[in-house]
Design a protein around this ligand. Structure first.
Ligand code: KIV
Ligand code: ZN
Length: 521
């Protein structure tokens, strides 16, 4: 990977670092759907997971690596042979793959986390980078907590990692502590001081604890880094990682100041954001590039300026990131063929026939209920079908009695592990009654952390998207569902979160991974 000096490689870690964010765990099916799209978008390297962390991670790295056509799959490993073996075993079906191995290099982490001195860390780098290189010529090495590492020691570790075969050197701002001027200096120093630095690509991996992840990543690129590690919607540990869409659009929009380019088809960014958020959690309305309000102009003066010349208040076009005016698309007489065409038009090209069939069935029901069916409605139907994988609990029917005076009541039928069960419950409001029914039919102890409703499009007949976040023994899952009936969407969103929790309960983690996770990988 070399070539043009202004080419910046995009390394996406939505499914690894992004998944480490509370409530963002994704099923295999979700990861596959996301990967199909990432492959089309032009992401260079996809870090799919941490194969040694769990059977589920191993399986998803393996399955995703089989379907990628152009993106290079990558697995993460600590400095242990067991982790590196898990990477190479899970990636063995891919034509080309990357092993990303890391160790902490800051005094704080070496002492308190690793209990190793500098010599021991250097020995570990030598042993494990050399070992990883036996299985692939594409090895990335990261110095965890890089921005709090002594710079002279960092230069030594980087030189050694390259000598042992690392072809990409990643500098993580693991705790989001750095600022652009400091990050610039770190990259410049490595370029000036490490004698073999020309044998590797320098990479940034910035967390957003101070809201500087994107600024620090761009500073790194301007100083000479040519790979950026980032996630869609900026999801990731704590405050998240640098947002891929922001990095790419900043370089594209301010190409006068940052004359770099990537391989990303920016017109698919909005779609990627929606797909990732449907599998994880909603995007804030004012989020740059992909937030619902990112291209909305509310103030009269702004609207007036926009009508005269869009450049007055728009620095990039909505179309350039795939945001279209929500258009009236189809009616109840539209057939399956037209529906499929529409999906292609909206960018859903890798979707299976089963999903198309399910979404088409839902579309017919929706078109009967709703006067206007918009692009966004169709997208939310497909996303809704995509996020419903192998659910063991499904809603069969729901009747709700609500209004003033009466106690609110829900009658519900669920299919629980293939068995049909019915319950009636009253509650403090209809949603409470619904959630109580679910609890009665499938006994469980989870805490409801968040319940949110958004309208997909405009009008009182709009579909509602409901997001629900639940917690059980420190594990968090997020469920989402859309329906013109907000209460049906509420039931389905809760069930979606619960089904994910059931899958999560069954995931096994190695003894020390949980520990490691808490320390900020
Ligand atoms: O933030 C971090 O340091 C990481 C490394 C594993 C690259 O995620
Ligand atoms: Zn990270």
């Amino acid at each position: 990977m070399s070539g043009d000096k202004n080419r910046v490689y995009i390394f996406d870690t939505t499914m690894r670092d992004g998944e480490q964010s509370p409530g963002a765990s994704m099923s295999l099916e979700e990861k596959l759907n996301i990967s199909y799209l990432f492959d089309q978008i032009g992401i260079d390297i996809i870090e799919v997971g941490f194969p040694a962390a769990s059977k589920g991670d191993f399986e998803s790295v393996s399955e995703v690596s089989k379907i990628l056509k152009t993106s290079i799959p990558c697995g993460l490993s600590r400095h242990t042979k067991k982790d590196i073996d898990a990477c190479k075993d899970s990636l063995k079906f891919a034509e080309r793959f990357r092993i990303h191995t890391f160790i902490s290099t800051s005094p704080l982490h070496m002492k308190h986390k690793l209990n190793k001195n500098t010599e021991e860390v250097l020995d570990a780098i030598k042993e494990h980078v050399t070992y990883a290189r036996k299985f692939t010529d594409n090895v990335e090495w990261s110095c965890e907590d890089g921005t709090r590492t002594d710079i002279d020691f960092m230069c030594k570790t980087v030189e050694l990692a390259i000598k042992c075969g690392a072809t990409t050197i990643n500098i993580p701002d693991t705790v989001g502590y750095s600022v652009p001027s400091e990050f610039t200096q770190i990259i410049k120093k490595l370029i000036n001081k490490v004698p073999n630095i020309d044998k590797a690509i320098l990479s940034t991996h910035c967390h957003n604890d101070l809201g500087l992840a994107v600024a620090n990543s761009l500073a790194g690129v301007m100083a000479g880094a040519r790979q950026v590690e980032c996630t869609i919607n900026g999801i990731g540990e704590r405050a998240g990682n640098a947002a891929l869409e922001e990095i790419v659009m900043a370089m594209k929009t301010r190409n006068d100041l940052m004359p770099f380019y990537t391989n990303i088809n920016t017109k698919l960014l909005n779609k990627a954001s929606k797909l990732v958020s449907s599998a994880t959690y909603p995007v804030q309305f004012n989020k740059a590039i992909v937030g619902k309000n990112a291209f909305a102009h509310e103030a009269g003066i702004h609207q007036d300026g926009m009508l005269k010349n869009r450049n007055t208040y728009e620095i990039m076009t909505p179309e350039s990131v795939g945001v279209k005016q929500s258009s009236l698309v189809m009616g109840k007489h539209s057939g399956r063929h037209a529906f499929k065409e529409k999906l292609n038009d909206l960018g859903y090209t890798g979707v299976t026939d089963d999903i198309i069939q399910t979404a088409f069935g839902k579309f017919k029901i929706l078109a009967d209920k709703k006067k206007h069916v918009y692009d966004d409605d169709i997208a939310s139907l497909v996303d809704d079908s995509l996020i419903k994988g192998d659910n063991v609990i499904n809603l069969k029917s729901l009747k709700v009695f609500a209004g003033t005076g009466e106690p609110q009541k829900a009658d519900m039928t669920l299919e629980v592990y293939g068995e049909i069960k019915k319950a009636s419950e009253t509650g403090d409001g209809p949603v409470d009654a619904i959630f109580k029914c679910i609890k009665k039919l499938y006994s469980h102890e989870v805490k409801l952390q968040l319940y949110q409703v958004h309208a997909v499009t405009e009008g009182t007949d709009a579909q509602a998207t409901v997001s629900v976040r639940i917690e059980e023994k420190g594990k968090i899952t997020v469920g989402q569902a859309a329906d013109t009936d907000t209460l049906v969407a509420s039931a389905n969103a809760y069930l979606n979160a619960l089904n994910k929790m059931i899958i999560k309960r069954n995931k096994t983690a190695p003894e020390d991974y949980g520990q490691e996770k808490m320390k900020g990988i």
